[in-house]
Design a protein around this ligand. Structure first.
Ligand code: CTP
Length: 423
């Protein structure tokens, strides 16, 4: 095997063209990561030449494998000249390497299919291996990135959309197509993302440690809505941003993530299994069903403590004597964290404490009363925590406390994930 995938977190990106010290080339060769660019048959294949150059400028060794159809758009000689490497096309092209698809897959640190046609996407979704590139794809153990490119109607076709969901749920990273003038004459979504966008996605994936690979993470997010009648409910100011950031970051670090979220404007993070619920009871049921299988459960949702004892089936009217709007009888909701933490077999549980007063004192109390392994405490004020993009927090465990100065919710999410691994 070539480069080991385990060494991904020690990646050093270098500008190859600028790195010409005396031992330059050899030194670079020793540390370079290999990106295998898979080119499939679409007109956007011409942009893959720029992608190859951009990746080389980032210090990667780039190899190219093409489908037969792709060779109608760009001659393999172009990629051979750019990469100084053999360009693989046919399954049996290399007489010295009869199992070429396996050696190609083994030496790649990342496999990027750009452009990825609707046909190749479907093959990825269903595990069809009927040529060199699709067979190589099936043998890949490294991260896979695809940049779809196709006609707008093919892109929007439910079959294509379904295939994108399938591959995304398996952790394949999708660099979404952009909108604009398409080669087929239509205007709309379907243009392959620009090479620099694909390069930047690749750089960020290869720089992210895969320390959650093989781990299952359950996350709650957002507020809950507790209905009073068909038009009214009790809720709170939670936006869901923290829970969604945790889901995104855990997925990027290789975890299989289930996100149970209350009502939130945020869209589903790619590759994450999202369960959307309304009420605390529904959130409890969804978490209960997924708790046993998880390794980490992170409760970032702002769950309503109480719900109306009775949900009126009609809109309550202020002048109807039977609808007394001034008095709504409340009953307690299940405490999801506390109930599930008591059922722990191997799971690590992490709760949140968003407090207005005595933040640390309240958070320490919650660590014990909720039987959690860690509490993330933060101060709520008019501008902080709910809906904000940044946050300051204290990570409180049974072994001590760590202060995280104000930072983005993504950074905070990664600090929480770092700390969770040490529990
Ligand atoms: N939590 C939960 N289920 C509930 C209430 C809270 O899972 N019914 C979780 C939250 O997701 C959070 C932690 O418990 O991780 C603390 O939530 P918080 O609302 O701060 O605690 P409460 O127990 O509601 O205490 P209080 O409202 O008195 O501060």
């Amino acid at each position: 095997m070539g480069n080991s995938h385990d060494s991904r977190d020690t990646i050093h990106l270098q500008n190859v063209e600028g790195a010409s010290n005396s031992s330059g080339t050899q030194e670079n060769a020793a540390i370079k990561k290999t990106v295998l660019v898979g080119v499939t048959g679409g007109i956007a294949a011409y942009k893959s030449c720029v992608l190859v150059r951009d990746l080389q400028k980032q210090g990667f060794r780039v190899k190219v494998a093409m489908t037969e159809h792709a060779t109608n758009f760009v001659d393999p000689l172009t990629f051979r000249s750019l990469t100084h490497e053999q360009v693989a096309v046919g399954l049996f092209d290399d007489p010295e390497d009869p199992i070429h698809h396996i050696s190609l897959a083994d030496e790649a640190d990342l496999f990027c299919v750009a452009p990825c046609t609707a046909n190749f996407l479907a093959k990825l979704a269903y595990g069809i291996a009927d040529d060199l590139l699709s067979t190589t794809a099936l043998a890949m153990t490294c991260p896979i990135v695809i940049a779809p490119a196709m006609n707008i109607h093919m892109y929007e076709n439910p079959a294509t959309q379904h295939n994108m969901q399938v591959v995304s749920s398996r952790g394949i990273h999708i660099v979404e197509a952009g909108s604009g003038y398409l080669a087929c004459g239509y205007t709309g979504k379907g243009r392959m993302a620009e090479p620099e966008e694909i390069t930047s996605a690749i750089v960020s994936i290869l720089n992210t440690p895969q320390d959650y690979q093989g781990k299952r993470v359950l996350i709650t997010a957002g507020p809950t809505h507790e209905p009073i009648d068909p038009v009214r409910f009790i809720s709170n100011r939670s936006s869901g941003k923290m829970g969604f950031a945790l889901a995104r970051c855990a997925h990027a670090r290789g975890a299989e993530v289930t996100l149970v979220t209350g009502p939130s404007q945020l869209s589903d993070p790619a590759g994450v299994h999202v369960i959307r619920v309304e009420t605390a009871e529904q959130m409890f049921d969804a978490c209960d069903q997924n708790f046993e299988a998880c390794d980490f459960a992170i409760f970032a949702a702002a769950v309503s403590d109480m719900r109306p004892a009775r949900i009126h089936d009609h809109k309550m009217k202020k002048n109807n004597p039977e609808d007394d709007l001034s008095e709504i009888h409340l009953v307690e909701n299940p405490d999801i964290l506390k109930t599930l933490a008591l059922k722990c077999t191997h799971q690590k549980t992490i709760g949140f404490a968003a407090e207005t007063n005595n933040v640390l004192e309240n958070a320490r109390r919650k660590l014990d009363s909720k039987h959690a392994d860690m509490i993330v405490a933060n101060q709520v004020s008019e501008t902080k925590t709910f809906g904000a993009n940044n946050d300051e927090a204290w990570l409180i465990t049974h072994n001590g406390e760590t202060h995280i100065p104000e930072t983005s919710k993504d950074n905070l999410a990664n600090k929480i994930l770092d700390a969770a691994l040490k529990l």
